[in-house]
Ligand binder design. Structure first.
Ligand code: MEV
Length: 326
């Protein structure tokens, strides 16, 4: 992955024209995993990174995904579920339109790495829904698109909270809570984040299942941890609203410690977080499911991000800069 500078603007995610559609990637600033248990989380939509889809009339349903080399036809009559998760996910999205399923060739171009914690599968699902909607001449609210796309997330991730599809269909920075309206957070100043890829596969389905197991073993302890994360999230929202990036950074690092106690970090992610903090980042943490995938490091401004990027490069990790605009 090359180093890229990205600028994210609110609203860009909503763009789509007839037959064409976009779904955003995302970074979770604080609150992953506890969000599955009804606690709030803060996330930013990545408006310039995600999935772009187009749909055209076709004799049957077909999905093509680049650069993953995915291409298959869907047999609507087939009773049993296919083994392949992507095929089951596409069928789940098509089923949302009722019978007969839409006959369309949907082509998706991804500009986001998969299994990285950046919401690739949700971006793909949202883009597919928007492309099919556009082909049918209909348009839904971001909330309705996210709800429709969730059918595929159940296939990919088991028990998703819905944060990934909400951010894939949404824009800007938001506080997400399961089964509640998305709350946009107005930023006082732009956010500068360095995203570093551990090179390890992020395994959201596995890490969510592991937290569930821990919860079943000791619900009281897990609720305590989730309560502590919730306090960090709510303080982080206030820090964002007041432009207090130093506080935000500290809260992110505290969140990382708690994620580590839930066995969601890896030695590589820990090393990356430490290296970026030593290089001047205000705080750092894994983002998304963990167990690999990406981490984020908050910088005081883009002019101070160079040493942070360099620190990750020295470790042999891919990294890029993201700016989230108010
Ligand atoms: C994945 O991006 C975030 C998790 O909290 C899972 C979810 O909320 O669905 C790990």
């Amino acid at each position: 992955m090359c180093i890229r500078r990205r600028s994210l603007r609110a609203g860009a995610c909503a763009r789509y024209t007839r037959g064409m559609a976009f779904g955003c990637g995302k970074v979770i600033l604080l609150g992953e995993h506890s969000v599955v248990y009804g606690r709030p989380a803060l996330a930013a939509s990545l408006a310039s990174m995600g999935a772009e889809a187009s749909a055209e009339p076709w004799p049957h349903a077909r999905l093509e995904v680049e650069p993953w080399g995915v291409a298959f036809d869907v047999d609507a009559e087939q009773e049993e579920q296919p083994a392949d998760a992507m095929q089951r996910a596409f069928r789940a999205l098509l089923a949302g339109y009722g019978k007969p399923w839409p006959r369309a060739r949907v082509r998706v171009q991804l500009s986001i790495p998969g299994a990285a914690g950046l919401g690739g599968s949700a971006a793909l699902s949202v883009a597919v829904v928007r492309a099919l909607d556009a082909l049918r001449g209909s348009e839904r609210t971001p909330e309705a698109v996210a709800a429709a796309a969730l059918a595929a997330e159940y296939v990919f991730h088991g028990t998703p909270s819905g944060i990934d599809t909400a951010m894939a269909a949404g824009s800007g920075v938001a506080l997400f809570r399961k089964d509640a309206p998305l709350e946009q957070v107005a930023l006082e100043r732009p956010l500068t984040l360095v995203v570093g890829h551990s090179g390890e596969v992020g395994q959201t389905k596995i890490t969510v299942a592991s937290v569930k197991q821990q919860y079943q073993r000791d619900p009281k302890k897990l609720e305590q941890t989730f309560g502590a994360i919730e306090a960090l999230v709510l303080n982080a929202r206030s820090a964002l609203q007041h432009g207090d990036v130093a506080d935000l950074g500290k809260l992110m690092s505290e969140n990382q410690k708690l994620l580590n106690t839930l066995l969601l970090s890896t030695s590589r992610l820990e090393e990356m977080c430490k290296a970026t903090e030593n290089a001047g980042a205000l705080g750092a943490k894994l983002t998304g499911g963990g167990g690999g995938g990406c981490m984020i490091a908050l910088c005081a401004g883009p002019e101070l991000a160079g040493p942070v990027l360099e620190a990750l490069r020295k470790l042999g990790r891919d990294a890029f800069l993201v700016q989230v605009q108010p």
